[in-house]
Design a protein around this ligand. Structure first.
Ligand code: DC
Length: 209
């Protein structure tokens, strides 16, 4: 059976948590597509000693290994910004396209989360969900995560970082972040994790019937 759940939305809206829970519930595979861009961004910064060179980034994107995706520094704020920068490069997106498309249509079902899953990677996905939350709530959630390793980080810094990233992700020419016309909009601002997950699970169940 091929069945794709496409979960898109801005940073820290709850996509990852919801996607993992949906994948677990239905026994689907899960791909965090942001990690592909994060791994590419971090490697491109290393190779360019702090400067991202587009041609090198595209080459690195086409040759990512599991080790690159398992790095423990992919969740840092710096990796997030680097990811957003390489994600605006058409050749980087092209290098990562086929892997994601194949993953989406694998046997047994798949959940992919990202920015362009419902619009570009899998426009025929059986279920599309666009997860949002207010900027302030997203910043507070991301701050709680990052402050563990960066105790001096403020919510204001996280908020401006998120806004800069969202702006770049939504304004780029190639595959900008936006809801697919047929996506279910899930605003998690006032929802608990359980409530958000249960809404997503209901949408998948309705389509599986
Ligand atoms: O989901 P995330 O925060 O890990 O994503 C990091 C960056 O990667 C995000 O700012 C934009 C980019 N990205 C993208 O352009 N397309 C995707 N499908 C996933 C992520």
């Amino acid at each position: 059976m091929q069945f794709t759940v496409a979960i898109d939305g801005p940073a820290a809206a709850g996509k990852g948590t919801i996607s993992k829970a949906v994948a677990l519930q239905f026994g689907f595979a899960y791909l965090d597509t942001g990690s592909l861009y994060r791994a590419t961004g971090v490697k491109a910064l290393e190779v360019g000693r702090g400067v991202i060179e587009p041609a090198i980034a595209a080459r690195l994107a086409g040759a990512l290994s599991q080790t690159d995706l398992d790095r423990d520094d992919l969740r840092t704020a710096m990796a997030g910004q680097a990811a957003s920068k390489v994600a605006a490069l058409p050749d980087v997106r092209a290098a990562l396209l086929q892997f994601q498309k194949t993953y989406a249509r694998r046997e047994g079902g798949a959940v992919l989360d990202g920015r362009d899953i419902g619009t570009v990677i899998c426009p025929n996905a059986e279920v599309k969900i666009y997860v949002t939350a207010s900027d302030e709530v997203r910043a507070m959630r991301r701050h709680a995560e990052l402050v563990q390793t960066k105790p001096k980080l403020t919510v204001t810094q996280v908020l401006s970082d998120l806004r800069a990233r969202d702006e770049r992700d939504a304004a780029r020419d190639v595959s900008p972040m936006k809801p697919a016309d047929d996506a279910l909009l899930l605003d998690t601002t006032d929802l608990s994790i359980d409530e958000a997950v249960s809404n997503a699970i209901k949408a998948v169940q309705a389509r599986l019937k």
